[in-house]
Design a protein around this ligand. Structure first.
Ligand SMILES: [Zn+2]
Length: 67
């Protein structure tokens, strides 16, 4: 599952136990050992991209493309 922290950034959490501690090397939960599916990783990656895009807009650091 994917949480959002108070800053609005996505955080990947275990589908099984809900904890947010993942071994990024193996993609497995530290608590229960459940693995993160490729689909979930892809979704998380999209969430991260969207969050980065929003932050870039807010801070004005984004490349200046017409809307
Ligand atoms: Zn877990």
């Amino acid at each position: 599952m994917i949480f959002r922290n108070p800053a609005g950034a996505p955080e990947l959490a275990c589908d099984e136990c809900g904890c947010r501690w993942f071994d990024r090397m193996t993609g497995a939960c530290y608590e229960c050992g459940a693995t993160v599916t490729a689909e979930m990783r892809a979704e998380f990656s999209r969430e991260l991209d969207a969050f980065a895009a929003r932050r870039a807009q807010v801070s004005g650091v984004a490349d200046k493309r017409p809307p």
